[in-house]
Structure formats: C-alpha cells, structure tokens
Design a protein around this ligand. Structure first.
Ligand code: ADP
Ligand code: ADP
Length: 236
C-alpha cells in the first residue's frame, strides 16, 4: 500500500513538481500515471522511493514513512522498492546474469562485494530471466542485446530484488511501439503473477489503457483524473 497525503514537492529552483497530491494505491495494483511532459509524473514516481524529497505532506509505503526518511531507513525502504528507468541503467560491459544478480545486492551484500553469489541467488536470477523470456541470454554481454531485451534484463534485475513495490519511470519511452507494447505486456504479466504493487509513468494513453488497472492523470503537479482504465476520457 502506498499513501500520499497532500504531498508537495518543490525543487530547489522553485518549480513545483507536486502540488498537493493525495493518492492511495492498494497492494497488488498496477497504476499508470499519464499526463503531458512536465505534469509531474516522474516526480510522483520518484518520490515513492525517496529519489525526490517531499517538501511537505506525508508519504507512506507499506506503513513506512518515506518523507523525512534517511540512512538505514531509506536503504531498507529502497531494498523493498524496485526501480526501472527509461534508459535501462544496465552495466553493459558485463553479462546479463551479472546485471540481474545486482538485484540481489540488498539481500547478499557480502557476496556482491566480492562478485561471488551463492547458488540461491543464482537460482533467483535465472528464475527472473525465465519470467521475462530471456533465459537464453544469461551469459551474453548486456551491450549485445536490443533495447527491448535490455529493458527485460532491467525487469529481471528488479524481480531478483524481490520487492513488494516496483516503480517504472517511462520504461518504454525509448523503444519502438511494437517493442514498447511487448515489454509492457511482460511487465504486466510478471506483476500479476507475483502480485507486486506497481506504479508506471507513461506518456502514451493507449498503452496506459491497454495495461493499467487504474489510471492517474496529472497536470501541473496535480491529479486531474483517477479511475479505472476503462473510464478514461480525454480530460487528461
Ligand atoms: P513529467 O515526468 O510529467 O514530465 P516531471 O515530474 O519530470 O514531469 O516534472 C514536473 C515539473 O518539475 C516540471 O516543471 C519540471 O521541469 C520540474 N522538474 C523536474 N525535475 C526537476 C529538477 N530536478 N529540478 C527542477 N525542476 C524539476
Ligand atoms: P522527463 O520529462 O522524462 O521527466 P526530463 O527530460 O524533463 O525528463 O528531465 C530529465 C532530467 O532532468 C530529470 O532527472 C529531471 O529531474 C531533470 N529536470 C527536469 N526539469 C528540470 C529543470 N527545470 N531543472 C533542473 N532539472 C530538471
């Protein structure tokens, strides 16, 4: 469960990223945030794991306050909140498997320090790769994969982290439309299988409608629409 209570985010430049957002996302829901560029989608998603600090209001993830969280509290929170980015953020010179094992960092800090992971970590990583259909790429260098495959590696890395919440900030914005659709379908399928609460921001309404349980529309840092995907009209 993710709860925003009158959350404001003001950047150091004075720009308002969020202007009084209240939102409750129950466990297991797949929420897509839509809106024009600059609407605050990215700020909303990044606030959830503390990547963007909250200026005022309250933000809770599974009972844990995010606003004001620091140090060990923030680290524990982030261990439970996986993040997927537009640019994949892989270490492209190492293998796919190694990238996915990085998702085990918070579970096996000592193993990861020496780059030696246990059989259990590897099993989890292989299972994650299998779920997104790229098990056969485990020993391929990440730089050799296509964009769609690289984003699947990023999804597998998040799954290996075994989080309760996944955040995805424009995960398919750099992919061509058919690949974007296929990657969203993969993300949605594994999210359903594992029941992970997921918040994704997208700038294509048609993609949002195809995959969301619920769509949140934003404009100028505020929520202007919130409802089931089927009820979305042109207000957003
Ligand atoms: P979206 O994801 O919908 O494009 P953002 O959340 O990125 O919107 O941005 C919301 C507003 O906050 C915009 O006016 C943007 O320019 C501003 N903004 C975003 N990030 C920063 C930042 N790091 N510093 C200052 N302003 C920012
Ligand atoms: P998006 O629209 O997908 O959120 P942008 O291209 O607007 O991405 O922003 C890219 C990066 O620049 C982000 O890290 C964002 O936080 C930052 N940013 C966006 N707007 C501003 C701004 N007005 N001042 C400073 N940083 C910004």
């Amino acid at each position: 469960m993710i709860t925003f209570r009158d959350v404001h985010v003001t950047y150091p430049t004075g720009t308002k990223g969020l202007d009084g957002v209240s939102l409750e996302i129950p466990e297991g829901e797949f929420v897509v945030v839509v809106g024009l560029s600059g609407a605050g989608k990215s700020t909303l998603v990044r606030a959830v794991n503390g990547l963007v600090p909250v200026t005022s209001g309250e933000l809770e993830v599974n009972g844990q306050r995010v606003d004001g969280a620091r140090g060990g509290t923030l680290r524990r929170l982030r261990a439970d909140v996986g993040m997927i980015f537009q640019g994949f953020n892989l270490v492209t010179r190492v293998s796919v498997l190694r990238n996915v094992l990085m998702g085990r960092l918070s579970h096996s800090p000592v193993s990861s320090l020496f780059g030696v992971y246990g059989a259990a970590d590897k099993e989890i990583a292989f299972d994650a790769l299998d779920r997104v259909g790229i098990l056969d790429k485990a020993y391929v260098r990440a730089s050799r994969l296509s964009g769609g495959q690289q984003q699947r590696v990023a999804i597998a890395r998040v799954l290996a982290q075994q989080p309760h919440v996944v955040l995805a900030d424009e995960p398919v914005a750099s992919l061509d439309p058919p690949t974007a659709n296929a990657v969203m379908a993969d993300l949605r399928r594994v999210q359903r299988q594992l029941g992970i609460t997921t918040v994704v921001n997208l700038h294509f309404l048609d993609l949002a409608k195809s995959f969301a349980d619920r769509i949140v529309g934003m404009r100028a840092g505020r929520i202007v629409f919130d409802g089931p995907a089927a009820e979305v009209d042109d207000r957003v």
